[in-house]
Design a protein around this ligand. Structure first.
Ligand SMILES: NC(=O)c1ccc[n+]([C@@H]2O[C@H](COP(=O)([O-])OP(=O)(O)OC[C@H]3O[C@@H](n4cnc5c(N)ncnc54)[C@H](O)[C@@H]3O)[C@@H](O)[C@H]2O)c1
Length: 402
């Protein structure tokens, strides 16, 4: 691609904010955030003013059709990802898509109060397989670059872990990982209809993405091709339904989950015989817990994204820290804490967007690409099927071609 990469952001909420803040921290390829479109024009205009974005467009369709935009950066709720990817591809736009790639949000024509409780997971799985194929075909046909915004691929602690596995020539035998906190406060996350699932889809996609990345990379080092996942066994639960917890007051953990789980643990088998054990909950006190461990044949490493000990602090009264951010999802600032010196950086957002911008400029695939996005979503919905039917799901018939 010649000239500056012109990016248009769709959405003006939480993820649009951290994308804009992180674009400011990247160097290298020439690019500009040229426009924003959100459902709420006022919020989009405020964000544009805050970050110096020249144009605010009426809606996603206008932004996707705009000839002065090369890349559509989707920072919108999960159920909008696939429809907007399809439109962007049809207009020949490169795509940056927040996690997850897509999902199942109810059968066609489902009423607004549709519930996933009791809905067959096999039907969800089948719909997602069809969705993965359709997205793959649309992106390939359009010849555009697809960037899957899985920041764990780029988080500095995981990048270091990956280099240590490479340097030691380790076979990665086993991976363990988790993303958990005390519960999403977003209203949409209560309902499958809007969220597409619970903790497994919202949170576990991160450790799943991290685990896939380090096995892909190991395979590329060894044979030139990624080591892919081949089977999934999963357990899900709603721990906040436990009677003794329901009777407790006060509650320090988010409640109110309607038809989604607040706990998921997934076991992944890889094609070389190695395994991963990945967990996510919306019920963990103590601030966000994000880590990935690799148990290699010549080295072991743990990447602590959060908490980590880069800064440790103590105060007897949390109000003393009122004007300072500490860390995502902590319930209190009192006592000992692990303040994040630069949460965007440690989480990998600037490095992720830098790779996306350069990959588009150079016409190459980013490190977190369409295959990663497809494999993660496949694992999640195979996980739901596995949990419902209490069996291991073989992925081999469903893996999309690279
Ligand atoms: N990678 C991460 O760490 C991370 C963190 C948070 C969220 N996310 C992802 O980001 C995505 C958005 O989540 P969020 O937390 O920013 O949500 P949010 O509710 O804060 O923001 C969503 C934005 O989308 C806009 N929107 C809704 N419908 C629209 C439409 N039809 N057209 C245009 N804009 C529309 C809303 O007005 C809002 O500005 C989700 O897919 C989520 O999974 C990723």
């Amino acid at each position: 691609m010649s000239g500056s990469v012109r990016i248009g952001i769709v959405g003006s909420g939480f993820s649009a904010h951290f994308h804009l803040a992180s674009y400011r921290k990247i160097h290298g390829a020439a690019f500009e955030v040229a426009a924003i479109a959100g459902r709420d024009r006022g919020k989009a205009a405020a964000l544009a003013a805050q970050y110096g974005v020249a144009r605010v467009l009426d809606d996603a369709d206008a932004l996707i059709a705009d000839p002065a935009i090369d890349v559509v950066d989707l920072c919108v709720p999960n159920h909008l990802h696939v429809p907007l990817i399809m439109k962007a591809a049809a207009h020949g736009k490169h795509i940056i898509c927040e996690k997850p790639l897509g999902g199942f949000f109810g059968p066609n024509g489902a009423p607004g109060d549709w519930s996933a409780e009791g809905f067959p997971r096999q039907a969800m799985f089948d719909a997602v397989i069809a969705q993965l194929g359709a997205v793959g075909e649309a992106v390939r046909k359009a010849g555009v670059t697809f960037c899957y915004a899985e920041n764990w691929v780029y988080a500095p602690p995981i990048a270091k872990l990956n280099r240590l596995m490479a340097a030691s020539g380790s076979t990665i035998l086993r991976i363990e990982g988790e993303e958990s906190h005390s519960g999403s406060h977003a209203a949409y996350s209560r309902h499958w209809r809007q969220a597409g699932g619970g903790s497994l889809l919202r949170l576990c996609v991160h450790p799943i993405g991290g685990a896939l990345h380090i096995k892909y990379e190991e395979g590329r080092r060894r044979t030139g091709r990624p080591i892919r996942p081949v089977a999934v066994t999963c357990q899900v639960a709603r721990l906040t339904d436990i009677a003794s917890f329901r009777a407790e007051e006060p509650k320090h953990i988010v409640t109110g989950w309607q038809d989604v789980e607040d706990y998921a643990s997934i076991l992944v088998d890889f094609e070389d015989g190695s395994v991963a054990q990945l967990t996510s909950t919306d019920t963990r006190l103590g601030g966000i817990r994000n880590f990935l461990s690799a148990y290699g044949s010549r080295a072991v490493a743990t990447a602590n994204i959060n908490p980590n000990t880069a800064c440790q602090a103590y105060t007897p009264d949390g109000s003393y820290f009122d004007s300072e951010y500490i860390v995502e999802k902590t319930e209190t600032k009192a006592g000992w804490s692990f303040p994040a010196p630069d949460e965007d950086m440690i989480t990998g957002y600037p490095a992720e967007l830098e790779d996306f911008v350069s990959s588009i400029a150079e016409g190459r695939a980013p490190k977190s690409d369409l295959m990663m996005a497809q494999d993660v979503l496949l694992l999640v919905y195979a996980g739901y099927l596995s949990a419902a039917e209490r069996r291991t799901v073989d992925l081999r018939p469903y893996l999309q071609a690279r």
